[in-house]
Design a protein around this ligand. Structure first.
Ligand SMILES: Cc1cc2nc3c(=O)[nH]c(=O)nc-3n(C[C@H](O)[C@H](O)[C@H](O)COP(=O)(O)OP(=O)(O)OC[C@H]3O[C@@H](n4cnc5c(N)ncnc54)[C@H](O)[C@@H]3O)c2cc1C
Length: 70
């Protein structure tokens, strides 16, 4: 592997790693963010996810009360 200079190094290109990278870039777009992925980004659990909201759906009435419909 070649030497890399970076501000943030993230191991794993699943939802967790990719969202972490996006949030870092949103906070400081000049920050150099690097993801190291052993296979292909999204090839782990994130690529198999069914896209369901799971436990969030049962919290919907409370979330709506706190934050509104939108
Ligand atoms: C079949 C299935 C269905 C699902 N359905 C849902 C759903 O409907 N709703 C929901 O909310 N959740 C669902 N989930 C759970 C959800 O997909 C996971 O919680 C989520 O994707 C985890 O994301 P992650 O980034 O933490 O992990 P991962 O997606 O597993 O990403 C980790 C990444 O790290 C990489 N990695 C590992 N070790 C190294 C290393 N040493 N160096 C470099 N890279 C490495 C892996 O290759 C992988 O790409 C489902 C999971 C599965 C398996």
């Amino acid at each position: 592997m070649k030497n890399i200079e970076t501000d943030v190094l993230i191991a794993g290109g699943g939802y967790t790693g990719l969202w972490t990278a996006i949030l870092h870039k949103q906070q400081a777009s000049n920050k150099k963010v690097t993801i190291i992925e052993k296979g292909l980004c999204g090839s782990g659990a994130s690529g198999a996810s069914g896209g369901c909201l799971l436990t969030w759906s049962s919290k919907y009435p409370t979330l709506k009360k706190l934050f509104g419909e939108q």
